[in-house]
Design a protein around this ligand. Structure first.
Ligand SMILES: [Zn+2]
Ligand SMILES: [Zn+2]
Length: 76
């Protein structure tokens, strides 16, 4: 039920990076994607390391666990 969402044009601001947004939903989308605050801390599935946002976690997994895409491991 977003009734008065579009009523006030302009001026919502991200409290973390001070970026301006046209609507509140845009801001929430930004916060969720850029800062990851909506979902809380992200835990690494491999070692339990806690990261502040999803992107940091992705970098961590890639750097520490070398897992970007599933690959077939061949032992020979
Ligand atoms: Zn921001
Ligand atoms: Zn890890």
């Amino acid at each position: 039920m977003f009734v008065t969402e579009v009523q006030q044009a302009a001026s919502v601001q991200c409290t973390m990076c001070l970026k301006p947004f046209k609507s509140r939903s845009n801001l929430l989308y930004h916060i969720k994607n850029e800062h990851g605050e909506q979902r809380g801390p992200f835990n690494c599935m491999h070692c339990g390391h806690i990261m502040k946002n999803r992107n940091s976690l992705r970098v961590h997994i890639y750097q520490y666990h070398k897992e970007k895409k599933p690959q077939t491991i061949s032992y020979y």
